[in-house]
Design a protein around this ligand. Structure first.
Ligand code: HEC
Ligand code: HEC
Length: 212
C-alpha cells in the first residue's frame, strides 16, 4: 500500500513537472484522510461511491480537483447548502489528505439509458457546431477521465442526476467556480435535452465504451 502510494505521488510530481502545480495535493496522506471522512460517508457513500444519485461520487476523482473544490467551498467560490458547512472545521492539510484518500479509491461505474445514448455520445464527442457547444472530449478526454494536472475532473461513471444538475448550475451561474468560465461557456449553450443526454452518456462512459 505504502509503495503504491509513493509511486502515485511520484507520478503526480512527474505530471506536474516537479512543481507544486498540483495544488499541493501530491503531499496528501491517504491514511490521514481516511480518518477524516466518517462524516462524509453519509452522503458520499462507502469509499466515495455515493449511493444517492444527487450526491457526487468522489472515488477515483483526481486529487488536484478534489483539493480545489474543497478550497472553493471554504472560500465560498462554490456554494451548496449541504456541502459548504462540511469544510468549516477542516484545514488545508486535511483537504490534501482527504483528496489523496478519495483519489485512490476504486469508482463503481454506471450505465447509459439506451434511449439517450446516441445524442449523448454525439454531444460528448463532437459538441453542437450549430450552437457553439464545445466537445467534452477536448478537456475531459475520450474516456471521461479528465486530467489531474490541469484540474479537469474525471466525469466518467459519475451519477447522471448529479451531472445534469451540475451542468444546469453552470448554465444558470449557480456554480461559477470554473476557471476562465470554461464550463459556463459550454453549458450556457446547451438545451435541457442535450444536458439530459450527455449526462446519461457520461454515467455509462468507460475506457471500453471509448474504445468502441
Ligand atoms: C449532507 C450531505 C453531504 C455531506 C455530509 C458531505 N457532502 Fe460533499 N457534497 C454534497 C453535495 C450535495 C455536493 C454537490 C454540491 C453541488 O452541487 O455543488 C457535494 C460535493 C462535494 C465535492 C465536490 C465533488 C465534485 O465532483 O465536484 C467534494 C470534493 C466533497 N463534496 C467532499 C466532501 C467531504 C470531504 C465531506 C466530509 C468532510 C463531504 N463532502 C460531506 C453533500 C455532502
Ligand atoms: C474547455 C475545457 C472544457 C470543456 C470543453 C468541457 N469541460 Fe467540463 N469542466 C472543465 C473544467 C476545468 C471543470 C472544473 C471546473 C472547476 O474547477 O470547478 C469542468 C467541470 C465539469 C463538470 C463538473 C464535475 C464535477 O464533478 O462536479 C461536469 C459535469 C462537466 N465538466 C461536464 C462537461 C461536459 C458534459 C462537457 C461537454 C458538453 C464539458 N464538460 C466540456 C473543462 C471543460
Amino acid at each position: 500500500m505504502k509503495t503504491w502510494l509513493i509511486s502515485v505521488s511520484v507520478a503526480a510530481i512527474l505530471i506536474s513537472g516537479g512543481t507544486q502545480a498540483a495544488g499541493g495535493a501530491a503531499e496528501g496522506d491517504a491514511a490521514a484522510g481516511e480518518a477524516k471522512v466518517a462524516v462524509c460517508l453519509a452522503c458520499h457513500g462507502p469509499n466515495g461511491n455515493a449511493l444517492v444519485p444527487t450526491w457526487p461520487k468522489l472515488a477515483g476523482q483526481h486529487a488536484q480537483y478534489i483539493y480545489k473544490q474543497l478550497m472553493d467551498f471554504k472560500s465560498g467560490a462554490r456554494e451548496n447548502a449541504q456541502m459548504s458547512p462540511q469544510v468549516i472545521s477542516l484545514s488545508e492539510q486535511d483537504f490534501r489528505n482527504i483528496a489523496a484518500y478519495y483519489s485512490a479509491q476504486q469508482q463503481t461505474s454506471g450505465v447509459t439509458d439506451p434511449a439517450l445514448a446516441e445524442l449523448g455520445e454525439r454531444i460528448y464527442r463532437g459538441g453542437n457546431p450549430a450552437t457553439g457547444v464545445a466537445a467534452c472530449t477536448g478537456c475531459h478526454g475520450p474516456a471521461g477521465m479528465g486530467l489531474g494536472a490541469a484540474k479537469f475532473p474525471r466525469i466518467a461513471g459519475q451519477h447522471a442526476q448529479y451531472v445534469d444538475a451540475t451542468l444546469k448550475g453552470f448554465r444558470d451561474g449557480v456554480r461559477a467556480n470554473d476557471p476562465n468560465k470554461m464550463m459556463r461557456g459550454v453549458a450556457g449553450r446547451m438545451s435541457d435535452e442535450e444536458i439530459a443526454a450527455v449526462s446519461q452518456f457520461v454515467q455509462g462512459l468507460t475506457e471500453a465504451v471509448a474504445a468502441e
